[in-house]
Design a binder for this molecule. Structure first.
Ligand code: SAM
Length: 397
C-alpha cells in the first residue's frame, strides 16, 4: 500500500487551496498532476477524495461534479486507473443533481481564499499566527451581478497581497476603500490592524453581500452613520455612489489611505470617480481651510468626539503635513495617499482617467515595478499578478 500524500507538502497545499477557492477545473487538474509528479496517481485521487469528495459539506455540487468529470477524463486519457469511489460519486451526481443551481447564473457560491505565506517571510507572519490566512467570501456566479461587485476581481487579489506584504503602509492608519465589492481588501486591512476600515460601494446588493462576508469572517459591521468607531475589529460599510457623494460627506471620512481595486473601467463614471478621489486626497486643504477659519489654534473634531489641536501646517515637496497635538502627544499627519490597482482592459479609458486626474491636480506614480507584493496566491493559476498595475495617487496643493 502506497503512503498517503502529506497535506504539508506545498503541492498538496496548493491543490487544497485551489479547490477551496473554486479555481477552474483545468487549473485543479494541472495542480493534481503536479502532486503526482506528472500524472494523477491513485495517491492523488485518494488525497482529493479524503479532503473534498468524501466530505463535500456545503460545497457547490455542480462545481464538484465538473471537477470530478474533468479528473476522471484526464486519468482515463492517461490510461490510468480511476478509483471506484470516484466513479460512484460521479454517477451519483449525474443522477441526483439535475435540478441543481448550475443553470442559475446568479447563484451564490462560497469561495475560500487562502493566502500562503512563504517560509522565508517570517516578518509578514507577525500579523498571522499560521502560514495560511483564509477568508470565506460569498460571491455570485454571474460576474455582472451587483454592478460587478459580487465577484472577486484580480485587482482586489493584488491589493490584498500588497496589504499583507507591506502591512506597514496600512497598519494603524485610517483606510477607506471605494468600490469594495465582496470586501476582501477590507478583511486584509482589518487583519493588518488598520486603525479604521471603511468600505464603500455604489450598489446596494453588493453592499448587502459585502456585509454578509464581513460577518462570515467574524468582523463586526458597524451600522450606518454617524461614523463612530472605537472597536478596532469594527468595519464600516457605506453606500457611496460616486455620482452623488457630497463634498462634505467625503470630507468627513478623512482617511490616511484610500484604496480602489478594478474601479477604472466605465468611462461614464470616470469624472465622478476622479472628483471623489480629489476630495478625499485633498483633506489637507480642508484642514487648512478649517485652520484659517478657526484661527491659528484650531481643532479637528473626530467622529469619536475627540479633538486634535492643530499646531501647524507644513507644505513641502508638494506634500502637505498637518502637525497636530492630541493633547497627550504630538502627531504628524501626512497627506492622504491612494493606492489604485487596475487591469487595463481599455487603454483609452485608462488614459482618460489619467488625464482627468491631472486636470484635478492629482499626481500619479506608477508603482507596478517598484512595489511588488509577495506572491501569496501562487496556487491560483487563474490570477496573474503581473496583469495588475498599481498607481499611487496624491493631491498636489
Ligand atoms: C469591477 S468591480 C470591483 C470590485 C472589487 N473592488 C474587486 O476588485 O473585486 C467594481 C466595483 O465598483 C463599484 N462601482 C462601480 N461604479 C460605481 C459608482 N459609480 N459608484 C460607486 N461604486 C461603483 C461596483 O459596484 C463594484 O463593486
Amino acid at each position: 500500500m502506497e503512503e498517503k500524500l502529506d497535506l504539508s507538502l506545498p503541492c498538496c497545499q496548493h491543490l487544497l487551496s485551489a479547490i477551496l477557492a473554486m479555481e477552474p477545473s483545468d487549473c485543479l487538474v494541472s495542480l493534481a498532476r503536479a502532486c503526482g509528479g506528472g500524472s494523477i496517481t491513485d495517491q492523488v485521487q485518494q488525497f482529493i477524495w479524503d479532503h473534498f469528495l468524501s466530505v463535500p459539506g456545503d460545497f457547490h455540487a455542480p462545481y464538484l461534479r465538473n471537477f470530478l468529470k474533468k479528473l476522471i477524463t484526464q486519468v482515463e486519457f492517461d490510461r490510468g486507473c480511476v478509483l471506484d469511489h470516484l466513479y460512484e460519486l460521479y454517477a451519483h451526481y449525474m443522477t441526483s443533481s439535475k435540478d441543481d443551481c448550475l443553470g442559475k447564473r446568479d447563484a451564490r457560491i462560497c469561495k475560500r481564499i487562502s493566502f500562503l505565506f512563504p517560509d522565508d517571510c517570517s516578518e509578514l507572519q507577525s500579523c498571522s499566527l499560521s502560514r495560511v490566512l483564509e477568508f470565506s467570501l460569498q460571491c455570485s456566479l454571474n460576474m455582472l451581478e451587483g454592478d460587478t461587485g459580487c465577484s472577486i476581481w484580480p485587482s482586489s487579489l493584488f491589493l490584498s497581497e500588497l496589504i499583507l506584504s507591506h502591512p506597514e503602509l496600512f497598519s494603524h492608519k485610517s483606510c477607506f476603500e471605494i468600490g469594495s465589492g465582496v470586501g476582501l481588501v477590507g478583511l486584509c486591512l482589518a487583519h493588518v490592524k488598520a486603525s479604521k476600515v471603511i468600505l464603500s460601494d455604489g450598489d446596494l446588493s453588493t453592499l448587502v453581500n459585502m456585509k454578509f462576508n464581513l460577518e462570515l469572517n467574524h468582523l463586526n459591521v458597524e451600522a450606518d452613520l454617524p461614523l463612530r468607531n472605537k472597536d478596532p475589529s469594527m468595519v464600516k460599510c457605506l453606500y457611496l455612489p460616486w455620482e452623488s457623494a457630497s463634498e462634505s460627506e467625503l470630507q468627513d471620512i478623512m482617511p490616511d489611505v484610500v484604496l480602489g481595486a478594478d474601479v477604472i473601467y466605465d468611462p461614464v463614471c470616470l469624472p465622478h470617480l476622479v472628483r471623489v478621489l480629489a476630495i478625499l486626497l485633498n483633506q489637507m486643504n480642508f484642514c487648512r481651510q478649517r485652520a484659517s477659519c478657526d484661527g491659528p489654534s484650531s481643532n479637528i473634531e473626530h467622529e469619536n468626539g475627540e479633538h486634535d489641536h492643530i499646531d501647524a501646517i507644513e507644505i513641502a515637496d508638494g506634500r502637505c503635513k498637518v502637525i497636530y497635538n492630541d493633547s497627550s502627544k504630538c502627531l504628524r499627519k501626512e497627506a492622504p495617499v491612494a493606492y489604485i490597482a487596475c487591469v487595463i482592459r481599455n487603454i483609452e479609458t485608462f488614459s482618460c482617467f489619467l488625464s482627468l486626474g491631472e486636470q484635478a491636480n492629482l499626481h500619479f506614480v506608477d508603482l507596478t515595478d517598484s512595489l511588488k507584493p509577495v506572491n501569496l496566491l501562487c496556487y491560483m493559476q487563474s490570477y496573474n499578478q503581473a496583469s495588475v498595475r498599481l498607481l499611487r495617487i496624491t493631491f498636489i496643493n
